[in-house]
Design a protein around this ligand. Sequence first.
Ligand code: SAM
Length: 293
Amino acid sequence: MRTLYYYCAPEVSAARRDEFAQLMVAAEQAVAALAEQSAAAAWQLQALEDYDGLLTATKRRLKGKSYEGVALADQDVLLELTGDLPGVGLRLGALSHFKPLVIDFEQVAVRQRLLRGGRQKEAVARAVMAGLPDGALVFDATAGLGRESMILAHVGAQVLAFERQLPIWCILHDGLLRAARSRYYPFAVPTLHALGTIKDYHSSARPEVIYYDPMFPERAGTAQVKKDMHLFQEVIGADGDNEEFVCAALGLATKRVVVKRPDYAPPLAYPGISVSYSVDGGQCRFDCYQVTP
Ligand SMILES: C[S@@+](CC[C@H](N)C(=O)[O-])C[C@H]1O[C@@H](n2cnc3c(N)ncnc32)[C@H](O)[C@@H]1O
């Protein structure tokens, strides 16, 4: 079992402290609800008092030195809200010397990328939104850092986003909360479903399109990715269970399922399922599977 420690610094405003406390309550509830079914929910949550002590002990542990008190194990994580960060930050024990990963849609580079693309410019928007009216219900089955969810919301989709890894779900929850009140995003930002997958969706409203972008194993010899992406990949690992989710998506969507693949990877193909057409995304490809009525 992995431990998720959480800490909110005293200098943080009362309103943000409350939001952080509510987030942790929601995380506890989600873990309790999913614990029976999902290995991804095998987390124990632990409030942290001595933030500096934990980081010092972890640093010493990583250097093979003796330490006192609690240290993060390699796969443990720390969620922190401090005055230095724009939002809730995530550290992984094995990479605790990295800057915490924060989902910050207000960062200049992030918002420029999000806001410059329209339906035609962004390949993901072309693949997912083709023929759909504004307000169409789209599921992002693999929300991750939420960038493509936000692109789809910006081009008019009503996005319901799913994420099954608790630490990522927590920082995305916080990122979307802040995006929803940002002046840069005067449209309906994606809604994050409770922790889990599209199989945990039990409402009768069906999405027109489901977008699926699982983690793909790195190719040997690939250039080193940026630090924050490296941290993200190390927290998640690989997603090796694609078939069951593509099949579930095809049973739920009314129009199509769109799967993102690296340009060098073959399409996902299972008995009875084949790609109808693809949209070129440069270094990746969006394989579209039409739903047969
Ligand atoms: C490659 S990332 C997605 C990146 C995302 N498209 C973005 O724009 O930031 C894949 C994410 O989907 C999550 N994931 C993978 N399979 C999932 C599933 N079946 N249900 C929910 N989340 C899933 C992983 O935990 C990871 O955070």
